[in-house]
Design a protein around this ligand. Structure first.
Ligand code: PRX
Length: 659
């Protein structure tokens, strides 16, 4: 473990839970939390079985809770059958929730439209019927490449209703990423939109789909269903391309949900690992939904009167769990937002909380940091200018939240009366794992505090032994949990080696470094592998490197992360060209060309912030790139380490120049 991990815990402030929340909360008080944890530890099968029976609607009840016979390929509730869409929508139809607003959609330019649970159910059924009429059925895979919209939620739910496995590709990813994922999942169906609108700009989606499908290898795709968002020009392939409104037209608003096995994959979502291409994280149906729902109830203390707003895009796991599935299963009213936090100005989030009377707000530290900066320089859009009294809980996800950002969020957004829930989890964990609970946990800025009941997180050394509190180590989950990743789509061996290394006693390896303090609180120290976290988005250094070396001018590239005050981490690329070292304007122009290239290959989020050119990279005599040194150079610091093992120590000076 690096020395950085040993050097935390300078934070001593503690904020006890608010009495009103303790009184009202689903888990009320520390003793209630400890009792649940003890129940889960004493009799895990009874604990999870009870939750699954009480909280899910089963088509066929399960008789076995956990099957460990093929560990780490765990099966949960494995002989049960259910339908996920029925659990999110149909179950509300014969209750007062049927006429409650399910989604409040606000478009980029501020238009608001709403659907009730009953209407949402009807729209999901119409699309499901339309897809069925086109011959799509259970087990097929659909790629969804959608703007934030009611239609995106409808498309995901319609797939779930038919047992079609969806794989949502974030609208900011390039057609190349879309192409790779379409092939990897073997998609037969694509659901997209003509264009998306963000920050006053339109960005084509259908064109990117055409480009991806034309690139070859995607012949299995039979239909491309297109939601008309802007009416912008799109190319059309007769027979393959269909408007979403035509697919739904004249379809009955009722569609029998298709029962699937509890372990039937609900979705595949790609995320970056330390090596190779992004991994298709495969999630189950029952276990995933159970934990999505339970965490909405426990972490966010869901109340019927809540207006819930998770600002994530449905292209990320946060949008899956805390927009499309968990909050709907809980019957909540939620806000879905098309745009960006800074348009038309950086007061947009606060204005929307005021307009829609949001009670539970869930966003990312990178947004908080950039809005802090904007608010501190422009008093007109400072949160204090807005009525945020409706808020009762505010949450954070995606990356470590530094204590300064935490305090600003707590003070100016939560007005010192809402707990800040720093929720730690991952694409692979499906839902929250370590998080404060509003009615239970004293808060410490910068700590995600304690694991949820049933979740056995620990910090261990290289041999899987618990490390003492106050010492750094690997963050692991000792026991399986229902929402865990089931496998990497098409690559079970990679699943085993990436998450269950043999030396760690069968524990799930999260890939983060962590330590616990004297109270047992967890402090996450960031990734232990070559995964970067830029604005809460995961990126593999290898992915960016392979994009760079695929450019005709590039001979070699190494990518590292550098701490960044707004985005958490920034991408810094060290590049060797296959021509002479560029200088001045030439270097600036090539750097721009390479940045645009990376945006085209992966997506704008992967663009290097800095590009440094050199005639070579710092390597050991055996040819290994010394990334440790590159990280120091990227920070603009002087290299003080011993560089005598380097083949070419002089190269470090050359690489210090940013372009
Ligand atoms: O490093 C951790 C960081 O984000 C990683 C997971 O990224 P992803 O799969 O994209 O999922 C993000 C949304 C759940 C983790 O390995 N991370 C996430 N939440 C936190 C965090 N780091 C510190 N504190 C958090 N609350």
């Amino acid at each position: 473990m690096s020395s950085e991990i040993e050097s935390v815990l300078v934070e001593n402030r503690v904020f006890p839970p608010f009495a009103n929340l303790v009184k009202e909360a689903a888990i009320s008080g520390m003793q209630a939390y400890r009792d649940l944890c003890a129940e889960a530890e004493r009799a895990p099968d009874e604990f999870w079985g009870r939750l699954a029976r009480e909280n899910l609607r089963w088509h066929k009840p399960f008789t076995q809770v956990l099957d460990e016979s093929e560990a780490p390929f765990y099966r949960w509730f494995g002989d049960g059958e259910l339908n996920i869409s029925a659990n999110c929508l149909d179950k509300h139809l014969d209750t007062p929730t049927a006429n409650k607003t399910a989604l409040i959609f606000e478009s980029d330019d501020g238009k608001v439209s709403k659907v009730t649970y009953k209407e949402l159910h009807a729209r999901v059924c119409e699309l499901a019927n339309g897809l069925k009429a086109l011959g799509h059925s259970k087990g097929e895979r659909a790629i969804l490449y959608m703007p934030m919209s009611i239609e995106a939620v409808v498309a995901m739910q319609a797939c779930a209703r038919l047992g079609i496995i969806h794989s949502v590709v974030f609208g900011g990813f390039s057609s190349k990423s879309l192409h790779e994922r379409t092939i990897d999942v073997g998609a037969t169906l694509v659901i997209t939109a003509d264009e998306q609108v963000r920050g006053g700009k339109t960005i084509p989606l259908k064109n990117a789909v055409d480009e991806a499908l034309d690139a070859g290898g995607c012949e299995a795709v039979r239909h491309v269903v297109v939601y008309r968002r802007t009416g912008g020009q799109v190319a059309w392939k007769e027979g393959r391309d269909l408007w979403l409104h035509d697919v739904c037209a004249n379809q009955p608003p009722v569609c029998e949900p298709v029962p699937v096995n509890a372990e039937h994959p609900l979705f595949i979502l790609y995320t970056s690992g330390s090596t190779g291409r992004p991994k298709g994280v495969q999630h189950s149906s029952a276990g995933y939904l159970l934990w999505s729902l339970m965490t909405v109830k426990w972490t966010f203390d869901a109340k019927d009167s809540d207006v819930f707003w998770c600002t994530a895009d449905v292209g990320w796991v946060t949008g899956h769990t805390y927009i499309t599935y968990g909050p709907l299963a809980a019957g909540l009213t939620q806000v879905v937002f098309e745009g960006v936090p800074t348009y038309p100005n950086a007061g947009r989030f606060w204005e929307m909380i005021q307009r829609h009377k949001v009670t539970v707000f869930y966003t990312a530290p990178t947004a908080i940091r950039s809005l802090t900066k904007a608010a501190e320089s422009n008093p007109d859009i400072h949160p204090r200018r807005y009525d945020l009294n409706s808020l009762r809980i505010i949450g954070s996800v995606g990356e470590p939240i530094n204590p300064e950002a935490w305090m600003w969020y707590y003070t100016h957004v939560g007005r010192e009366r809402c707990p800040v829930l720093d929720t730690w989890w991952q694409t692979e964990t499906g839902a929250h794992m370590i998080t404060p609970l509003p009615g239970v946990t004293p808060l410490k800025p910068g700590s995600c505090t304690l694991p949820l009941p049933g979740i056995s997180m620990a910090v261990v050394d290289e041999a899987g032994e618990d490390v003492e509190h106050g010492k750094g180590g690997f963050l692991v989950a000792k026991r399986p949990w229902p929402a865990m990743i089931r496998t990497i789509w098409g690559d079970p061996e990679r699943f085993k080696s990436a998450y269950f290394p043999p030396e760690l006693k069968g524990y799930y390896l999260a890939g983060d470094g962590a330590q616990r303090d004297q109270d047992g609180y967890f402090w996450i120290m960031g990734r232990i592998d070559d995964v970067l976290n830029v604005s809460g988005h995961r990126l593999g250094t290898m992915e960016v490197e392979s994009a760079l070396v695929s450019h005709e001018l590039v001979a070699e590239a190494a990518v590292v992360g550098r701490p960044d005050a707004t985005t958490g981490e920034a991408v810094v690329a060290f590049v060797v060209l296959n021509r002479s070292l560029p200088e001045g304007d030439d270097a600036v122009a090539i750097a721009k060309q390479l940045r645009d290239w990376v945006a085209k290959e992966i997506g704008p989020i992967a663009k290097p912030k800095d590009i440094r050119f050199g005639e070579n990279l710092p390597k050991t005599r055996s040819g290994k790139i010394m990334r440790r040194l590159l990280r120091v150079v990227a920070k603009g610091e002087q290299v003080t380490q011993d560089v005598s093992t380097l083949e070419n120590p002089g190269i470090l000076d050359q690489l210090s120049q940013a372009h």
